[in-house]
Design a protein around this ligand. Sequence first.
Ligand SMILES: Nc1ncnc2c1ncn2[C@@H]1O[C@H](COP(=O)(O)OP(=O)(O)OP(=O)(O)O)[C@@H](O)[C@H]1O
Ligand SMILES: [Mg+2]
Length: 254
Amino acid sequence: MLTVRHVNKTYHNGGFFSNNRQPVLFDVSFEMKSGECLGIIGESGSGKSTLGRLIVGIEKPDRGEILFQGQNVWSREARLGHISAVFQDYSSSINPYFTVLDAISEMLKIMGQCDKKELTHMVVNLLKQVGLNAEYCNKLPHELSGGEAQRVCIARAISTGPQFLVLDEAISSLDASVQTQILNLLKELKERYQMSYLFITHDIQAVTYLCDRVLFFHNGQVIEQSSVSKLSQIKNEYSKKLISSVIPFENIKK
Ligand SMILES: Nc1ncnc2c1ncn2[C@@H]1O[C@H](COP(=O)(O)OP(=O)(O)OP(=O)(O)O)[C@@H](O)[C@H]1O
Ligand SMILES: [Mg+2]
């Protein structure tokens, strides 16, 4: 379903007149199967969000290619309605002047749905999917709690029935009990709609709960891959350090 092949990315660095480029991703390759949930874990600055942005087509790799169902994600047709994203910063993800109804129906309008009654009906149904009632339609973002705002972002992301969601630290800014609620919601939606997730996080426990497989990222490279059920067999010292900083290594399910 998703093929990431020899992807490299650099960013301009060192002032306007400088030709310096900072390498951020080096030769990243991996595959994802349909219905799979892949976790990406790595320390801050290792290039996880950059990879997420390349996969949703916001930015372009310098070298290499990213194919979704055989088509390059850089092509709008390949991703429109099929790939969606939910980011960490839910408060700035929604236009502050948009009601919840406007925010969720935005993508549906782009996809050609313009009947107002039908749009409202679809939005109310989407709100229900994420555990919010119809009264939320007229609320503005500042009237929502963090958990509610992230639910609205998820409703918007699934509005076009995508097969693939990129979740970049989507639960990180929420408090612990709301994180659990949103994780449960993501798990439920994934099963209901058979979606695939790329789940970018610092939280190995969330990975073990939601994902089938995990990629360990270090300095812009994939240093190890493992299925979640075989985490106890990982070899790389850095990956071991990443997991054991959160879960004592001997407690990992064998
Ligand atoms: N638009 C940009 N222009 C220049 N440099 C950038 C840009 N975006 C990211 N970088 C740099 O690329 C590197 C990787 O950043 P990225 O945001 O992908 O890391 P990350 O793994 O998501 O980190 P975190 O866990 O903190 O979110 C960092 O050194 C960052 O400063
Ligand atoms: Mg990031």
